[in-house]
Write a protein that binds this ligand. Structure first.
Ligand SMILES: [Zn+2]
Ligand SMILES: [Zn+2]
Length: 468
């Protein structure tokens, strides 16, 4: 701001010359070398930045002198009228800044040419007037400083203003907002960050589920930093892409899908823990279980749908395939209905593996049994190789550990596995048939065998024996 005293008339003709120099510049750019282009770009940028600063200065002067008021305009309309290029946007920022600079009398007069540089407004004003801070960034910074004002000690305010502006100039306004907690921690009054975060708690919320046209369920979730940290820590490792080195399959799920699948996995694990804590094998005792009604005929024929009951998600509809998959899990309580809508007791086939059985499976399978998957046992569930719905028994001979992803995959592609009494030469007790539909072909064979009389038929009848 230490300009040599060039009089207004001299500046004015220099600006007119600059305007002439800039208009039509494109036509002569071919004369410039590559290095010159870069230098030109910087020069044009500086002229533009100074011009932006000058707009604020001129507006502030007009405001301070009462020119704006006399013309019957507001600062905003005055700027729009005399700086027509700002009608495309930006007039508001210029007007707001000019207003801020002239607040409390005309600081523009005489010896005080600008607000006190030791105030936050002075820091911002200095940045704007020397062309380093754009008017829009400056207004964002001022808003941010106003928000912080009550929480900062007076001495810290100019420092915080400088830190905010530096950051905004380098990284843009969103970074400025993100810095707020850190600035409070560093420059705030003692305990201010704690108080701020405490005040956040009542504003945090998880909305009730909203189902749009029977598709996806939508939630709105606002969390305190602490809650968000816990959530991110819980889903972080689970939401990483999981390519399969053995089969070469890439993980093509978008990040959003990976994150929500990780979140539902975390919920599922916590329900499973709940079920374990409530006495081991009885999922029905777990208060966090999902209760679903479905007609037996639908479940067997893979038609119709199941309906969630007894929770906020009541009325949500689950596909029969999703239900079959969930039947492997402890956090589902299926209410299977007969033809007359009566609640059938399917207790003749125990649906869930006991805790002792799961322990044996942990030892036997070690983790997810899908080829190439490295998910540890703690991340898996025990899948019924012959589905419970199809009469598959809850014996370890009919069980395979699968991680969430491969559990969905195996159900979706309808795959079957062979469970061996002894591990093969590669140490596998479970060998998957990866051809799509292998489960259906296996089931057909079992049913045909069951229909045939004889000891072998009787044996497999136990396996496929339909619950009714
Ligand atoms: Zn399953
Ligand atoms: Zn897996």
């Amino acid at each position: 701001m230490d300009q040599p005293a060039v009089r207004l008339a001299g500046r004015r003709s220099a600006m007119e010359a600059a305007r002439t120099a800039l208009s039509g510049l494109a036509e002569v750019l071919h004369e410039a070398s590559g290095a010159e282009l870069a230098r030109l770009m910087s020069l044009v940028d500086e002229v533009g930045a100074q011009a932006g600063a000058a707009r604020v200065a001129v507006t502030a002067e007009a405001l301070a002198r009462g020119e704006v008021a006399e013309s019957g305009a507001t600062a905003h309309t005055w700027v729009r009228e005399h700086a027509p290029s700002l009608r495309q946007g930006g007039a508001g920022h210029v007007a707001a800044l000019a207003g801020m600079l002239t607040e409390g009398g005309p600081p523009w007069q005489d010896e005080r040419r600008a607000p006190d540089p030791e105030t936050p407004v002075g820091v911002v004003a200095a940045g704007v007037l020397d062309g380093t801070v754009s008017p829009s960034l400056a207004t964002t910074a001022v808003r941010e400083l106003e928000r912080l004002d009550a929480h900062l000690s007076t001495e810290a305010k100019p420092t915080v203003a400088r830190a905010l502006l530096d950051l905004g100039v380098q990284w843009g306004p969103s970074m400025m907002r993100r810095l707020r907690p850190r600035l409070l921690a560093e420059y705030g009054l003692p305990g201010e960050l704690d108080r701020l975060q405490e005040r956040l708690a009542p504003a945090a919320r998880l909305s009730a589920p909203a189902v749009e046209s029977g598709d996806l369920t939508e939630y709105q979730l606002l969390m305190t930093p602490e809650q968000a940290a816990a959530l991110e820590a819980a889903i972080g490792p689970l939401s990483a892409p999981a390519p399969n080195d053995e089969t070469g399959e890439r993980d093509l799920r978008p990040a959003g899908q990976r994150r929500v699948e990780a979140l539902s996995e975390v919920c599922r694990r916590s329900s499973a823990l709940d079920a374990d804590a409530s006495g081991g094998d009885g999922a029905a005792a777990a208060s966090s279980a999902v209760h679903v009604t479905i007609a037996l005929a639908d479940l067997e024929a893979r038609s119709g749908c199941g309906e969630v009951m007894g929770s906020c998600a009541t009325g949500a509809v689950l596909s029969p395939e999703a239900l079959r998959r969930m039947c492997c899990e402890a956090d589902l309580v299926p209410h299977v209905l007969g033809t007359a809508g009566e609640d059938l007791d399917l207790g003749r086939v125990v649906r869930l593996f006991t805790r002792a059985q799961r322990r044996r499976l942990w030892r036997r399978d070690g983790g997810c049994t899908y080829p190439g998957c490295t998910a540890p046992a703690a991340w898996t569930r025990a899948h019924h190789v012959v589905h419970w719905v199809d009469g598959g028994r809850s014996d370890t001979g009919n069980a395979a550990l699968l991680c969430q992803r491969h559990h969905s995959y195996v159900h979706r592609r309808r795959l079957v596995a062979e469970v061996r009494h002894r591990p093969d030469e590669q140490g596998r007790s479970v060998v998957w048939d990866l051809r799509p539909g292998s489960y259906d072909r296996h089931l057909e064979r079992l049913r045909a065998e069951r229909a045939r009389p004889g000891p072998r038929g009787a044996d497999s009848a136990r396996l496929v024996g339909a619950p009714l």
